[in-house]
Structure formats: structure tokens, C-alpha cells
Write a protein that binds this ligand. Structure first.
Ligand SMILES: CC(=O)SCCNC(=O)CCNC(=O)[C@H](O)C(C)(C)COP(=O)(O)OP(=O)(O)OC[C@H]1O[C@@H](n2cnc3c(N)ncnc32)[C@H](O)[C@@H]1OP(=O)(O)O
Ligand SMILES: O=C([O-])CC(=O)C(=O)O
Length: 431
């Protein structure tokens, strides 16, 4: 839009006059549409989508979006992905430092001791229709947890928060595995604490009577993917967790809301949407180039799912790692995948196309992960629950940081009112 089409508009907020750029009315609205290309006033800034607004100070995760750098507590994601374990990374994010061997084994032992779910959860999850999305089951079950552990809900009691932290990390994989089994109409099976966090999650998900041999390749790959998802500063779901917690809601309520945010296809739900897109391309008569032309023409709002990022204007370092291991993992799992070839072709086109170059659109973490989850045997509706299991340490760490920050205030943005001026009520008969 050219500047000539912008006209100034004045609004009053708390006795201050604010000047904004007003764009012409578009069909279907009430005559005004406020652009976020506004003039900053120093008092209230209209920043739709929080493009330029920092909501907090944080010591947890560093991103340099232009350089494609991601660090948890200062440690490069590449090093953690290569050398660490998921629970070690969870400890790092939540406590601020890498654990010693003794600290790690005490933490792991505490988490694994709590992986069992109260028997009522079988009834709760079993009451969902079989085709309910597992993300709905996940957020509902997390909302139900404080009912069973009232001693862990007080956000200002250190021991309660420590317990809620452990309980959430412990129970999320069991809930996710139950939700998965429910979706297949299978009996839910409880944890075996002797196996370890990631192997036991796989057993609870896939065991089919008799013994279950965990495939070390699968364990390694899932551990890596969980680490890559563990935190990502103020993304949509984490911001949700923080804003809910800023009202002094407990950790479970905050995380449950975060799970809801994560389910959206513009956020964590994109991993599922990528596979749907690859399926569509594979089953349609269109070739990859035709699909990309539709994306560039914005036909019916079609986007290249798993591409683009608010912060990364360079290759998402997590996507680079996932892409690097996708071939190896698929090979080791004995799966060749035509959809991986399609995905790589889409990326190849995008990286040499002006539309994507100009907009700095690169693959994000969601682009290649689904292909690995699929090779592991997970159906598409389990991809985002897997993301949620991985993101739990980040949500917890960010919630705790906010609760311990004396400068935290309730999250409560302002708005720019663009509705009617005062008018008289008209009785229904006279309308
Ligand atoms: C774990 C995660 O949450 S990672 C993100 C997962 N989400 C996805 O993969 C969904 C696809 N991607 C997107 O929708 C977006 O890139 C988002 C939501 C991630 C970021 O959105 P924003 O920062 O608000 O960027 P915005 O939507 O304004 O896009 C900027 C421009 O790039 C275009 N664009 C952005 N993403 C894409 C895409 N995936 N495909 C095609 N065009 C895109 C937009 O159409 C817009 O073009 P325009 O300037 O001509 O209007
Ligand atoms: O940071 C974001 O906006 C989205 C993202 O990549 C994540 O949550 O992992």
C-alpha cells in the first residue's frame, strides 16, 4: 500500500490524543481498518501480532534470527542436540545450569517415579470419542491434573512449583501415549519406570502385547527431536503460558492453555499441516512446480506449510539439524520416503525463487520433523502432541522465570477502539 492511501486518524486514550495511520475501509468492516504502520506516540503502540514488542526480559533462550542462531542458556542447540539427553536439557532450561551427574540422576529418578497416571485418567481419556484429536485430549488431561495434586497448585509455594514441574514432565508422555492408544481403540498401558523416559514413551505408544523391544535408533531420534523443541523464547504458546500465568493461574492451567495455542497450524500444528500438504501434492495431478505457483499466487490463501518464521530470516537451525538427520534416520529405520523427496524439491524451488528470497522464507522446525515421526510409526495427528511433550520444559521454565520476576505484571494489552461512537438503544420492535 502506498503512503498516499494512508490517512491520519486520531483516537483518545486516557486523555491523550493518539495519531494512527488509517487505511481506507475494506468491504465487510465498519468503515475503518487500523494499519499497524502507525505513528508511535510513546504511550500506546498498536503492534498487531507483537511484531516489535518485547513482553519480558528472559535469561533462558537466545535467538539471532538473522544469523540463524539458537542457544538454550547460552549453549548452542547443535551441541545440545548432539550430546545431551532430553531430561538433561529440561533441567538446564528450568534450573539454569547443566546438572552434575548426581543432580541429573536425582532429577531423572524423581521424574520417572511419577510417570503413572491416576486410574481415573483411563476413564477421562476413554470418554473421548475415538476420533477426537489427541491435542484436545492432552490439554483436557493437563487441565485435570491439579484436581489430583492440590498440593502442587500454589504458584508461590516453592515446593508446590517443584512438584508441579516434576509431575508435568512425568505425566505428559503417559497422557500423550494414552491419547494415541485411545485414538486407535487400544487398551492403555501404564509406564515401566525401569526403562527410561524416551524408551518408555515409545513402549507405552507402540507395545502390542507381549514384550517390546525398543529400537535404539528410534530412541536416539526422538530424544533429538524433543531437545530441538524444548524452548523457543516468546513464541505463541509460550506467550500464552506466560499471559495465563501472569494472572497467577497455576502451572497446569497455564500449560494447558499453551497446548491449545500450540495446536494451531500457524504454530505447532504446522507439522501436521506439512504432511497434509505433502499428501495432497502426492495424490493430486499437480506437480510440485504447479503447487508452488499456487502458493506464490496466494490462491485461496494456500501457504507452503513448514516455511517462514517471525524471527528467523535465515535457515532455522533446528530445521537444518532435522534435515541433516532425516535421511539417516529414515535409512536406519529401513524406510524410503517419496514424500521426503517432494519436501526437498519444494525447498529447492523455494530457495531459488524470488518470492521466497525477498520474503526471507526458509524451512522452519516443522518442515521435516513430520517425516521422521511418520517413519517412527506415528500418525499425523500425533505430531503436535509430540511437539507438546518436547516443549513442556520451555513452558515450565518460562512460567517459573515470570513468577520469580518481581517486575512481572498481569498481561493486559490495550487496544485502539474503532467501533461506534455512543448511540441510543433501539427496542427490538423498532429495528
Ligand atoms: C514451531 C513454529 O511455530 S514455526 C512456524 C510454523 N508455521 C508454519 O509453518 C505455517 C506457515 N508459515 C506462516 O504462516 C508464517 O510464515 C508464520 C505464521 C510462521 C510467520 O508469520 P508472520 O511473521 O506474521 O509473517 P507474514 O504472515 O506476515 O508473512 C510475510 C510475507 O511472507 C508470506 N509468507 C509467510 N509465510 C509463508 C508461507 N509459509 N508460504 C507462503 N508465503 C508465506 C506472506 O504471505 C507475506 O507475504 P506478503 O508480504 O506478500 O503479504
Ligand atoms: O518461535 C516461534 O514463533 C515459533 C517456533 O519456532 C517455536 O515455537 O518453536
Amino acid at each position: 500500500m502506498s503512503d498516499a492511501t494512508l490517512t491520519p486518524a486520531t483516537f483518545r486514550v486516557d486523555d491523550h490524543e493518539l495519531e494512527f495511520a488509517r487505511v481506507p475501509a475494506v468491504e465487510g468492516n465498519d468503515g475503518v481498518h487500523i494499519s499497524n504502520l502507525l505513528k508511535e506516540t510513546g504511550l500506546v503502540t498498536l503492534d498487531s501480532g507483537f511484531m516489535n514488542t518485547a513482553s519480558c526480559e528472559s535469561k533462558i533462550t537466545y535467538i539471532d534470527g538473522d544469523a540463524g542462531i539458537l542457544r538454550y542458556r547460552g549453549y548452542p542447540i547443535e551441541q545440545l542436540a548432539e550430546q545431551s539427553s532430553f531430561l538433561e536439557v529440561a533441567y538446564l532450561l528450568i534450573k539454569g545450569e547443566l546438572p552434575t551427574a548426581t543432580e541429573l540422576s536425582a532429577f531423572t529418578e524423581r521424574v520417572e517415579r511419577h510417570t503413572h497416571l491416576h486410574d481415573n485418567f483411563k476413564a477421562l481419556i476413554g470418554a473421548f470419542p475415538q476420533d477426537a484429536h489427541p491435542m484436545a485430549v492432552l490439554s483436557s488431561a493437563v487441565s485435570a491434573l491439579p484436581g489430583y495434586y492440590p498440593e502442587s497448585v500454589d504458584p508461590f509455594d516453592e515446593n508446590a512449583v517443584e512438584l508441579a514441574t516434576v509431575l508435568l514432565l512425568a505425566k505428559l508422555p503417559t497422557i500423550a501415549a494414552y491419547a494415541f492408544r485411545r485414538s486407535r481403540g487400544e487398551e492403555m498401558i501404564g509406564p515401566d519406570q525401569s526403562l527410561g523416559y524416551v524408551p518408555d514413551f515409545l513402549r507405552m505408544s507402540f507395545a502390542n502385547g507381549g514384550g517390546y523391544e525398543t529400537d535404539p535408533e528410534l530412541v536416539k531420534a526422538l530424544n533429538l527431536l524433543l531437545i530441538l523443541h524444548a524452548d523457543h523464547e516468546q513464541n505463541c504458546s509460550t506467550s500464552t503460558v506466560r499471559i495465563v500465568g501472569s494472572a497467577h493461574a497455576n502451572l497446569y492451567a497455564s500449560v494447558s492453555a499453551g497446548i491449545g495455542a500450540l495446536s494451531g497450524p500457524l504454530h505447532g500444528g504446522a507439522n501436521e499441516a506439512v504432511l497434509a500438504m505433502l499428501n495432497d501434492i502426492q495424490s493430486s495431478d499437480d506437480d510440485v512446480d504447479t503447487f508452488m505457483t499456487r502458493v506464490k499466487n496466494k490462491e485461496q490463501g494456500v501457504r507452503l506449510m513448514g516455511f517462514g518464521h517471525r524471527v528467523y530470516k535465515n535457515y532455522d537451525p533446528r530445521a537444518a539439524i532435522v534435515k541433516g538427520v532425516a535421511h539417516t534416520v529414515l535409512e536406519k529405520l529401513g524406510k524410503s520416503d517419496e514424500q521426503l523427496e517432494i519436501a526437498m524439491r519444494l525447498e529447492e524451488i523455494a530457495l531459488s525463487d524470488e518470492y521466497f528470497i525477498q520474503r526471507k522464507l526458509y524451512p522452519n522446525v516443522d518442515f521435516y520433523t513430520g517425516l521422521i515421526y511418520k517413519a517412527m510409526g506415528f500418525p499425523t495427528n500425533m505430531f503436535t502432541p509430540l511437539f507438546a511433550v518436547g516443549r513442556a520444559p520451555g513452558w515450565i521454565a518460562q512460567w517459573r522465570e515470570m513468577m520469580n520476576d518481581p517486575t512481572t505484571k498481569i498481561g493486559r494489552p490495550r487496544q485502539v477502539y474503532t467501533g461506534h461512537a455512543e448511540r441510543e438503544y433501539v427496542g427490538v420492535d423498532a429495528r
